[in-house]
Write a protein that binds this ligand. Structure first.
Ligand code: NAP
Ligand code: G4F
Length: 368
């Protein structure tokens, strides 16, 4: 009998990779989608219609929908990935963030108990390095104290503790993966890495002149999302329910990410100034394109305080020793350099495909 997995957040970056991973392992995969006026399912469009992949309408803010769905699907494993996952947005929509990211976890746990599945259904909770927030030690491990530093992180802290509570109170197999930032070609376009790779691709193709960013000094431990979803599964296959830090153990600044991304787009940057006055300037152009709007010496990156946060987490570096030792997971399968390169390559092609092909068709009168 194939194992049955239920994924909340199936339309997101991680949900899409996890679906592919579990289908590859022979699972029957069920995913929760929510109603929206625009059906945004680009990341899982290639899976729709394949056998063993099923989508259901429900919402993390709607207990009844979750209870009914868990009862219908009878999952062996639940991967709770659904969240309002943008830290800056959580300052603008803190109540919604708490409802989905904190109480939503409780609703999943209660849906499992209501359906009397607590002894058979394992639950993975998408916890986060944001829990360390205003960090109390570097690097951060499973024993580092938490100090959440945004409404998002505070909501996720509730999720972390309620998972632990149900594990201890009801002997449920539920665990947290404390995942550090992980990115990919499917990363949401307003997270800093994807914002940079898309802008570098647009600037290199003459479609944008300048990229505006916030805190360039912020340090992150960035890994590749495709590598990280394997860990979610490994955590639920571990003999005992435990929490794990998942990270690469290497950190870089936002500025370093931008320098490397522009390099792969054919633009060498140098940096001048400090704080809001810092600028990324074109040192050398290695691309020839008559549509290009920039030349050497032009400013292509500026700082805008609009992207500063009321409180910002600035020094994340994970210690993945436990995951390496107990799960046999390799934190360095994809290096930082490989990650940046693959994201830029993808976005260079995406920009060409979406813009120039359309423009060419328009010029030739193919599309009216
Ligand atoms: P993401 O791309 O933003 O995806 C979030 C998913 O949650 C989407 O499928 C979204 O659906 C769904 N969702 C949001 N609100 C919902 C609601 N009320 N009901 C049902 N579904 C809802 O996030 P991700 O990067 O894949 O991250 C997955 C999880 O890991 C999140 O919980 C995130 O907080 C956590 N995490 C991420 C990272 C990271 O670096 N990526 C690191 C640590 C932890 P729509 O498509 O309909 O919006
Ligand atoms: O890419 P970010 O928005 O990711 P952040 O805040 O680290 O959150 C992501 O990772 C968490 C894991 O640690 C997840 F839990 C969470 O769900 C999400 O996936 O910002 C990274 C850093 C921040 O310090 C931010 O201040 O980049 C800085 N930054 C600088 N300029 C910017 C920008 N961030 C964004 N989004 N946009 C900017 O223009």
């Amino acid at each position: 009998m194939a194992k049955i997995a239920l994924i909340t957040g199936v339309t997101g970056q991680d949900g899409s990779y996890l679906s592919e991973f579990l289908l590859g392992k022979g699972y029957e995969v069920h995913g929760i989608i929510r109603r929206s006026s625009v059906d945004y399912r680009e990341r899982i469009a290639h899976l729709e219609g394949t056998p063993h992949f099923h989508l259901h309408y429900a919402d993390m803010s709607d207990s009844m929908s979750l209870v009914k769905l868990v009862g219908k699907v009878q999952p062996d494993e639940i991967y709770n990935l659904a969240a309002q996952s943008h830290v800056q947005v959580s300052f603008d929509a803190p109540e919604f963030t708490a409802d989905v990211d904190a109480v939503g976890v409780l609703r999943i746990l209660e849906a499992v108990r209501t359906n009397h599945l607590e002894k058979t259904c394992k639950i993975y909770q998408a916890s986060t390095s944001e829990l360390y927030g205003k960090v109390e030690e570097v690097p951060q491990s499973e024993t580092t104290p938490f100090h959440p530093y945004s409404p998002y992180a505070v909501a996720k802290l509730y999720g972390y503790w309620i998972i632990k509570e149900y594990r201890e109170a009801y002997d449920m197999f539920c665990c947290s993966g404390i995942l550090f930032n992980h990115e990919s070609e499917r990363r949401g376009e307003t997270f800093v890495t994807r914002k940079i790779t898309l802008a570098a691709a647009r600037i290199a193709q003459g479609l944008q002149e300048c990229l505006y960013l916030g805190n360039l000094d912020s340090l992150r431990d960035w890994g590749y999302a495709k590598d990280y979803v394997e860990c979610m599964w490994l955590i639920l296959q571990h003999p005992t329910p435990e929490d794990f830090v998942i990270a690469t153990g290497v950190q870089h600044t936002v500025r370093e990410f931008a320098t490397l991304a522009f390099h792969h787009a054919g633009i060498e940057l140098r940096w001048e100034g400090k704080g809001v006055d810092e600028k990324g300037i074109v040192e050398e152009l290695r691309i020839k394109n008559e549509k290009l709007k920039i030349k050497e010496g032009d400013v292509v990156v500026r700082v805008s305080p609009d992207f500063y946060r009321p409180t910002d987490v600035v020094n994340l570096l994970g210690d993945p020793s436990k995951a390496k030792r107990e799960l046999g997971w390799n934190p360095q399968s994809t290096s930082f350099e490989e990650l940046v390169e693959l994201m830029v390559k993808h976005d260079m092609q995406k920009v060409t495909r979406e813009h120039f092909n359309a423009a060419e068709y328009l010029e030739k009168g193919i599309v009216k």
